[in-house]
Design a protein around this ligand. Structure first.
Ligand code: HEM
Length: 317
């Protein structure tokens, strides 16, 4: 849907996503995760008043911010400038330097530190966990695919711990993980952006300051890109010889200069967790439920996890 006005716009198609990401350069990513993850409020401010349990949401946000502040305070108290233990230490060291140099107009302040940490938690936990849950559900639903993954893992890795370097020798497994991400489509509307200048895109005039939602669904399920966009088909990422192939329309991390900052970390986590689980367990529906009965309708949310399921993890050892 593209609506011509100084308001919300949803953009379809891979080309659209790319062009908008370039054209609306220096887009201020509208702070979806700012203020501790009040996602829906940021996305549809008028709806927030109708959200049931909104006091609970606000309370949870407040508690999360308090936890993060406590964490930062602890790191501050134990900070040793010569020893950088991670992001918060680096931030605090630069902040101190800027304060010492009397820099006034700085981004290195308490609020930015709190919400940077909060953004990383918000962006980095639910996303990877939801994708992994999709992966296990799909394995339980399609046991023949699960067995092929397990066979490849046994043949290539054996019983030792999988490491990142193994990925290049596991084309089928890699294809299954990519296909899981494609079909799971956990961030269907990506994050909202805002045009920093007037843009004319495919004949549509988009005014400076317009909020733009790149619809990743339109790319991940694009019928001109995928042989069977609505089914779980690892062959989307395999050539005739069974080798892994990258696909330009694989865009679960969005595109452009503000695409997911955690893509590398997320891919590594998904690969290591997924393979380690399949190495050790067989995932099946619970007794009395057939594979066909496992429902792939996603749950409602800003990210789209699978709906709640009970699965059995049967040890392979
Ligand atoms: C399966 C896992 C993940 C998926 C599918 C995913 C997807 C996305 C998407 C679609 C965006 C919006 C990009 C845009 O605005 O155009 C995004 C942004 C972001 N992601 Fe991820 N993400 C994942 C995991 C992670 C992890 C593990 C981290 C870090 C710990 C992370 C950190 C971020 C950050 C910081 C942003 C905002 C980037 C910016 O605005 O410049 N993500 N992610």
């Amino acid at each position: 849907m593209v609506k011509r006005a100084n308001q919300t716009i949803c953009v379809s198609g891979s080309a659209s996503v790319q062009v908008l990401n370039q054209k609306a350069d220096q887009q201020a990513s509208v702070g979806l995760f700012h203020k501790g993850g009040r996602k829906l409020f940021n996305m549809f401010p008028r709806l927030f008043g109708w959200i049931k349990n909104r006091q609970v949401v606000l309370k949870n946000v407040e508690m999360a911010v308090t936890d993060i502040k406590n964490l930062i305070n602890h790191l501050k108290e134990t900070l040793e400038p010569g020893l950088c233990r991670g992001l918060v230490d680096c931030f605090l060291i630069v902040k101190q330097k800027e304060e010492d140099s009397c820099v006034l107009d700085t981004h290195y302040n308490e609020e930015n530190l709190t919400f940077t940490v909060s953004n990383l938690f918000a962006a980095g936990t639910d996303t990877t966990a939801a994708t992994l849950r999709w992966g296990l559900l799909l394995m339980a639903k399609y046991p023949h695919i699960q067995e092929q993954v397990h066979e490849e893992l046994s043949r290539v890795v054996g019983s030792r711990q999988v490491c990142v370097d193994d990925r290049k020798n596991l084309p089928y497994t890699d294809a299954v993980i990519h296909e899981t991400q494609r079909l799971a489509n956990i961030a269907p509307m990506s994050l909202p952006h805002q045009t920093s200048q007037d843009v004319t895109f495919k004949g549509y005039f988009i005014k400076k300051g317009t909020i733009v939602f790149p619809l990743l669904t339109s790319v991940l399920y694009d019928e001109s890109e995928w042989e069977s966009p609505h089914t779980f088909n690892p062959s989307h990422f395999l050539d005739k010889k069974g080798q892994f192939v990258r696909r330009d329309a694989f865009m679960p991390f969005s595109a452009g200069r503000r695409m997911c900052l955690g893509e590398g970390l997320a891919k590594m986590e998904l690969f290591l967790f997924f393979t380690s689980l399949i190495q050790r367990f067989r995932f099946t529906p619970p007794p009395g439920i057939t594979e066909d009965e496992l429902d792939l309708t996603p749950a409602v949310g800003f990210t789209t996890p699978p709906s709640s399921h009970m699965l059995c993890a049967v040890s392979r050892q």
